[in-house]
Design a protein around this ligand. Structure first.
Ligand code: FES
Length: 276
């Protein structure tokens, strides 16, 4: 009888070089020690292997499975669920154009379309020089700065087609670009290491602030008992505006509107068909 062992099949994947494996194992031990249950360290460990190779390779999946005592199938299920993990070689700078509704109508769709033409790549593709990977992304919770572009998860607010083209040109030329908010930009691999939970060693990076805009903070202000910065005035109210909501119409959208078609006193007068 041969000593065949049965178990979950493991993904075939080459080994890391011994030096890389030893370094990643030391880093992984540090990350795992932060959690009461080792498997909770999977998300940061995926960022860690991404910081090594720029994307999550089969070797990275196998490494995470081995150090966390998971199957490669379990690790793969997580990698394929979250969009922050890349599964193929990509550029130093991941340029994400928000094409969710608000950014789209404010110019995000036009920016994404023009960047595809300008860079000669499609969604998820990388420029020939390996510098920029372009993708369209979902809402960044920065809608009051629409349209928003992110580079390696740093915000570039209120973009235009021209400013976005300048941005990718600067990235490809190696010129310094500053995000609108937050820490200075670094490469995708460096960003991945920070996301794995390791300190950002760059001077001033931790102190660099990045706040949400006034519109995003209205809910927070209300929750704290502060008043909202603005108010809706009923279109039916007359005289001085009141803080009280209109009695019969809870929303101004529900109130019948007086238009020139229905109101002879309207400044534009009633609408009549030509010749009437
Ligand atoms: S829709 Fe683009 S940040 Fe919200």
């Amino acid at each position: 009888m041969s000593d065949v062992t049965l178990g979950m099949p493991q993904l075939p994947a080459p080994d890391y070089p011994a030096e890389v494996r030893a370094r990643l194992e030391a880093d992984a031990r540090e990350v795992i020690a932060r959690y009461p249950d080792s498997r909770s360290a999977l998300l940061p460990l995926l960022h860690l292997v991404q910081s090594e190779e720029g994307h999550v390779t089969r070797t990275g999946v196998r490494f995470c499975a081995e150090v966390l005592d998971l199957t490669t199938a379990e690790v793969t299920a997580v990698v394929t669920f979250y969009t922050m993990y890349r599964r193929k070689p990509s550029g130093d700078y991941q340029v994400g154009v928000c094409t969710n509704t608000l950014c789209a109508v404010m110019g995000g769709d036009a920016i994404f379309e023009e960047l595809q033409r300008h860079l000669e790549v499609g969604n998820g593709e990388t420029t020939e020089d390996g510098k920029v990977t372009l993708e369209h992304i979902e809402c960044n919770a920065a809608c009051d700065f629409a349209p928003v572009v992110m580079v390696n998860w740093e915000f570039f607010d209120n973009q235009t087609v021209d400013s976005a083209k300048r941005l990718v040109d600067d990235l490809r030329a190696g010129r310094t670009v500053e995000p609108t908010r937050g820490a200075p930009l670094c490469t995708y691999k460096e960003t991945a290491r920070i996301l794995a939970g390791f300190p950002d060693p760059r001077p001033g990076a931790v102190e660099a602030g990045g706040a949400a805009g006034p519109a995003s903070l209205v809910g927070l202000r209300l929750a704290k008992g502060e008043s909202a910065p603005g108010r809706v005035v009923s279109p039916r109210s007359s005289g001085a505006p009141s803080d009280e909501p209109p009695a019969s119409h809870p929303s101004s959208h529900d109130a019948p509107q007086r238009t020139s078609a229905s109101d002879p006193q309207h400044p534009s007068g009633p609408v009549t068909e030509e010749g009437e």
